[in-house]
Every structure is written in C-alpha cells, then in structure tokens.
Design a protein around this ligand. Structure first.
Ligand code: SAM
Ligand code: SF4
Length: 498
C-alpha cells in the first residue's frame, strides 16, 4: 500500500518534471567534451603560468572575479610541491582577506530519510533494506532542535529525503517548527535546507517560512556517471531537473543558493570545472554566484559497496588540493568542510584550503541527537561520519589554532543575501561584519554554553585578539562592538548584531 502510494507520487512527479524539461528556458552549461578538452589542453602548465594564475587569484579576492576554466584546469595539473605550497598559502590569504579568520559553525539535522530514489552510493536508497528509514514528527523534530540549541547551536542545515511523506509541505512545516523552539537563550536563527529539487511554486512556499540557504549537490556533473549511479525512472535520475534547481530557486526569490559535488564518483578535475561552470551560469543568469560550495567525499555506508569501492575515490592529498582550488577559483564563496572528514585532516585543510564554514558535534542519523552518546548509528545513517568531536571540544581546538568561532546569523536577517551580499563578499568588506558579529555571537556561547576551558581560552585569548584586530582596522566599529559586548555580559542581552 505504502509502496504503491510512493510509486504513484513518483510517476506523477516525473511527468511534471518532463513537462518542465520540455519548456526549460535556460541554456545548458555543462559541455562535457569542452570540459575534457580544457583539461587536456592545460595538462602541462609551466611554472610561470601557474604563478601568474596564483597572482590573478589574489587580485580577484577584492574584485570577486572567477578564474577561467583554462586557469582552473591548469591548477588541477600542478605537480610541483613548491607550487602547491604557494597555492595553499594563497587560499588561506584569500579567505582571510574576504572573511577574516573566523569559522562559522552549524549543525546538520537529518529530518527525514524515506526516499523513493535509489542512488547507488547512499545508505538511504530505496532498495537498501539494511538501514531503517523514517521521517521525524514535529514533536520529535523539536526535541532534536532542543538538544542542538542547548549545546549552543544557532544555525542548521536541515536535510531531507524525497518521498510523498516529506514533500515541500513537510519541509515548510518542519522548518517553521524548528524556528518555534525557544529554550532559555537557545534558538535557531538560520535554518538552511539540503533538499531534493522543487518546482518554482514549491520553492516559493519554502521561501515563505524563512529558510536561509537552499543547498543541493549535483553529485557529479559527468552525465554518463550520473546516469550510472542514479537509475533511470527515479526522480533523481533527471539530471537537468537537478542541474537547474538553483535557477528555479532563484526564480522563486531564494537568493542564497549553494552548490556541491560528491567527490569520488568521477574524476575530481572534471568535477571542479563542473562547479566553476555552474557558478558562471548562476552569475550570468542572476548576477549572484553560489553562496557556498560543498565538497563532500564519498564515505562508507552500510550495505553500500560503491561508497567504498568507487574507482574515483579521492585521496587526502588530492582532497586538500580540491578545497584550495575552489577558494582560488571562486574567492567570494563560503567553503564548507564537513565532519565526514577526520578531525586531524580537518585541522590541516581549514588553513590550506581557506575553509569558512564547518559543522561540529554532528549526528547524522534521523533522531540522532536524541541518542547523543552514540557516536555512530550505522543502521540509521546515510553514511558514516569521521569527526565526532563535541561542539565544545571542536571550539576549543579552533581557539587553540587561532580562529574565531562564530555563530553569526546576522547577514541573512539584516538583508545581506543574494545581490546585496555579493558586492560585500566580492570586495572583501564582508569581513568587517564577520569579525564584529563573530565576537558577539562567540561571547554569547561563552556566557551560556561553554565549558570552563573554552571560557578561559575564549576570554583570555580569542575575544581580546579579535577586538584588537577591530581596533587596528576599523576603530569606530571596535567601540560599538565593545559596547555590545558589555550588554551581553552585564545586561544578559542577546542577539545583538550588525
Ligand atoms: N536526498 C536529498 C538529495 O539527494 O538531494 C538530500 C541530500 S542527501 C540526504 C545529502 C547529500 O549527502 C547528498 O547530496 C550526497 O552528496 C551526500 N551523500 C550521499 N551518500 C553519501 C556517502 N555515502 N558519503 C558521503 N556523502 C554522501
Ligand atoms: Fe535519497 Fe538523497 Fe540518498 Fe539519493 S542521496 S537515496 S535522493 S537521500
């Protein structure tokens, strides 16, 4: 009975998708033979050519320009370790220039895992009977959110499967329910979503409940690989419906959109050019590039052989290169390094790759935060996580490494989204807001949730260091931040932001 309901829903939806495909008004932007040709033509860049590209990327930090496909292709083929040091150092420099030395923190919240699709790499695929699938009820969801806000989180990425029981109405209801949770000073101030592609009307409904960013990963831009891992006749099998989902989100007025690739399905060099062409297409059509880029790597998943045996799995060394090239090719974008990666590698790649956002204290089973003491629940997860440090331990490590942990959600609530956000990021002035709001939101964490050791390092080292940065760089703002800090500390005021 349930199966036939899902099949009927899928069939009707497929029909609507095909109607949309027949009337699509945007030109295709992934030309496989052109991408392969660019990679071949640029496979032996000279040292001088690489250094020129690196210089150009530095200059782009304050203009927001993208590198060209030929330049990105050349970077992917660099094999001189000395040149790589220069690329890594530049990635860090660009990140510091655009966003300052802060890391924005968020938590993934797996809301539903029932799914009609059959993606070969995913533990939630419909034919995988080894994993329990379910959709949270509203009270269950609010319990999960309560655990997260009581750890100190303010920002979520809510993650959904695709089935008649978790369609756009369910997304609207669950996002609204997450925002309603208030517990002491605890609350969610920005709920981003990672959800299957929707129609323009459905996106409008989702926008109306106040989502932050809409994120969807193409998984692979390479059509033959896409077809091989997403069976025909499934919703996810529709490559173009997915490729243009961010175009439809923009049409519906969702102006913070996020792209990504699941690295390990196909050649990482090709995928990087796919991401670049996607960013170029969004800029061309809407004047707004990707708000963030994600680069998940294929992780083992229960009863999912492809996840461990794909011929394209990416080694750690290449992974660091991917992250750094993304920072050089698209200087203004938020760069998201997830807890799929082990703690030690994350610590290295933050700096080498110019990362700007990370999740911490994550659980990825549906209902996983209710069983916080179980790091892994393989029979309920889409894949297995590597970095299971608690939020507080994670923050301690960030502080020790010199970063400003930030729970800032001000940009979106101050209207700095889409076309209003882009000039600030492209001209590297957004960091003034980032540091000021980072300090204030971190101080809230220190007041309300931090362990004694994080309070100590935060108060003695981190806050003074970044206040000093403000004093040296933007003295008038430093005075206003100090005033607000006093209000957070002495008058228990919260959510003060610029
Ligand atoms: N079901 C929605 C979809 O496919 O668009 C939501 C996304 S899914 C729950 C979140 C992302 O996890 C996928 O887009 C994919 O990139 C990633 N993912 C799936 N299986 C994975 C695996 N074995 N290892 C790492 N990431 C994986
Ligand atoms: Fe479903 Fe998404 Fe997993 Fe594919 S990746 S099976 S669409 S949850």
């Amino acid at each position: 009975m349930i199966v036939s309901k899902a099949m009927l829903w899928q069939r009707q939806r497929l029909q609507r998708i095909r109607e949309w495909e027949n009337t699509r008004r945007f030109p295709d932007f992934i030309d496989e033979s052109a991408i392969s040709g660019t990679l071949t033509e640029n496979r032996r860049p000279s040292r001088e050519a690489v250094l020129d590209i690196v210089e150009k990327a530095r200059a782009h930090a304050t203009t927001g320009e993208l590198l060209s496909p030929a330049e990105v292709a050349a970077l992917t083929h660099v094999d001189d370790p000395e040149l790589w040091e220069s690329i890594f150092e530049t990635a860090d420099w660009i990140k510091q220039t655009v966003y300052g030395n802060r890391i924005v923190l968020f938590a993934p919240l797996y809301v539903s895992s029932t799914c009609v699709n059959n993606c070969a790499y995913c533990g939630f695929r419909s034919t995988n009977s080894a994993v329990i699938r379910r959709d949270l009820t509203i009270p269950e969801l609010q319990e999960e959110v309560r655990v997260l806000v009581n750890a100190g989180h303010k920002r979520l990425i809510m993650v959904y499967g695709e089935s008649p029981d978790n369609d756009y109405r369910y997304i609207c209801d669950t996002v609204a329910a997450a925002y309603r949770v208030k517990d002491g000073f605890g609350e969610i101030r920005r709920a981003n979503i990672n959800a299957p592609p929707l129609s323009v009307e459905e996106f409008r409904a989702v926008r109306s409940v106040g989502i932050g960013t809409y994120q969807v990963f193409q998984e692979t831009y390479h059509r033959p690989t896409y077809r091989a891992v997403h069976p025909e006749g499934t919703l996810k099998g529709e490559y173009d419906w997915r490729l243009f989902s961010l175009h439809r989100a923009q049409e519906a007025g969702i102006d913070d959109v996020a792209i990504g690739v699941l690295f390990g399905l196909y050649d990482w060099r090709f995928e990087l050019l796919g991401l670049l062409h996607h960013a170029m297409a969004l800029e061309k059509e809407f004047g707004v590039g990707p708000h963030t880029i994600s680069y998940p790597r294929l992780e083992p998943a229960t009863n999912t052989p492809l996840a461990s045996r794909s011929p394209w799995l990416v080694a750690d060394e290449d992974f660091a290169k991917i992250v750094a090239i993304i920072r050089l090719m698209c200087p203004y974008t938020g760069s998201i390094l997830t807890a799929r990666e082990p703690a030690e590698l994350r610590r290295k790649v933050i700096r080498k790759g110019g990362v700007s956002q990370m999740d911490a204290g994550s659980r990825i089973a549906v209902g996983g935060y209710g069983r916080m003491n179980e790091e892994h629940q393989p029979d309920r997860q889409q894949f297995l996580l590597s970095d299971t440090r608690s939020l507080d331990d994670f923050i301690y490590d960030l502080c020790q490494d010199g970063y400003l942990p930030s729970f800032c959600t001000a940009g979106y609530r101050e209207g700095r989204t889409g076309a209003n956000f882009m000039p600030l990021a492209k001209h590297a002035t957004v960091k003034n807001f980032c540091i000021a709001n980072g300090i204030l939101s971190f101080e809230e964490y220190l007041q309300d949730y931090a362990s004694p050791r994080v309070q100590q390092i935060g108060r003695q080292k981190v806050i003074p260091r970044y206040l000093k940065w403000l004093e040296e760089n933007i003295p008038p703002l430093a005075g206003r931040v100090q005033g607000n800090l006093n209000r957070v500390r002495e008058e228990a005021q919260r959510d003060l932001h610029f």
